[in-house]
Design a protein around this ligand. Structure first.
Ligand SMILES: C[S@@+](CC[C@H](N)C(=O)[O-])C[C@H]1O[C@@H](n2cnc3c(N)ncnc32)[C@H](O)[C@@H]1O
Length: 208
C-alpha cells in the first residue's frame, strides 16, 4: 500500500480518528510549534484536510499535499497538489514552513529538507510536529507492542485495517528526531518531546 492510497482512503475519517488517537491533544502539539514560527507567508507541507488552519493566525497560508482527497476539505485559500521532495515554488518564497505528522510518510527526508531550505528566506523557519517512538528503549518497546495491537484494532473498527497497520509500521521508519535533524543545512533551534511517553516531538530549524 502506497502513502498516497493510504491518505486517499481515509481522508473522510482522518480528522476524527486523529483526534481520538491523540486523546484530543494533536491541535495543542501543532500550536506549540507554530508559536515558534515567524508571521508572513507560510507553507503547510502535507497540509491534508487543513486541521492546522485554525492555529496559523493571520499568516498567508499555502497548503500543499499529494492527495487531492485530503486537500478537498482544506479551507486554505491557496491549495496545491504536490510533494515535499519537489516544491513548486521559487527560492526564498516563504517566511515559514510548517509540517505536522508528515515526515515519516515522505519518500525522502533529505531531499525534502533541501527543498524546504531553498524555498525559505534567510532567517525563515521550519516547524515540524512528528510521531515516532519514546526515546527510552524500554518505553519504546512497550509503545511498539501497544501500537501493534491498538492501531490495527482501531483500523478494523473504522473499516481501514491496512491503513492503521501502515501507521503502526511507519512509527519505526525514521531515526529518532535528535539524530534525524542533527547536522542539516538548516540550523537547529529547538527540539522537544511531547505526548504520552514522549512519542510526539516538536522541532524548529532555521535557514541561516
Ligand atoms: C497524517 S497526515 C497529516 C495531515 C496534516 N498535516 C495534519 O496535521 O493533520 C499526512 C499527510 O502527508 C501527506 N504526504 C504524504 N507523502 C507526502 C509527501 N511526499 N510530501 C508532502 N506530503 C505528503 C499525506 O497525503 C497526508 O495528507
Amino acid at each position: 500500500m502506497s502513502n498516497g492510497s493510504v491518505f486517499a482512503d481515509i481522508a473522510g475519517k482522518y480528522d476524527v480518528i486523529n483526534s481520538v488517537l491523540s486523546f484530543g491533544q494533536e491541535q495543542k502539539w501543532r500550536r506549540r510549534v507554530v508559536a515558534e514560527l515567524p508571521n508572513g507567508r507560510l507553507l503547510d507541507l502535507g497540509a491534508g484536510t487543513g486541521a492546522a488552519n485554525d492555529v496559523f493566525g493571520d499568516r498567508r497560508v499555502v497548503a500543499l499535499d499529494p492527495s487531492p482527497e485530503m486537500l478537498s476539505t482544506n479551507g486554505a485559500s491557496r491549495r496545491l497538489v504536490g510533494v515535499g521532495e519537489r516544491l513548486p515554488f521559487e527560492d526564498n518564497a516563504f517566511d515559514a514552513v510548517f509540517s505536522a505528522y508528515v515526515f515519516r510518510n515522505l519518500d525522502s527526508v533529505d531531499i525534502t529538507l533541501t527543498e524546504v531550505e531553498r524555498v525559505l528566506r534567510p532567517g525563515g523557519r521550519l516547524g515540524i510536529v512528528g510521531l515516532g517512538r519514546p526515546r527510552n528503549p524500554a518505553l519504546a518497546a512497550v509503545h511498539r507492542a501497544g501500537s501493534a495491537v491498538v492501531l490495527p484494532l482501531v483500523g478494523v473498527t473504522v473499516g481501514a485495517r491496512e491503513e492503521y497497520t501502515y501507521l503502526h509500521r511507519s512509527l519505526d521508519k525514521l531515526p529518532p528526531p535528535e539524530e534525524l535533524y542533527a547536522n542539516r543545512p538548516l540550523r537547529h533551534v529547538d527540539l522537544w518531546r511531547m505526548g504520552p511517553l514522549g512519542f510526539v516531538y516538536g522541532a524548529v530549524l532555521e535557514k541561516v
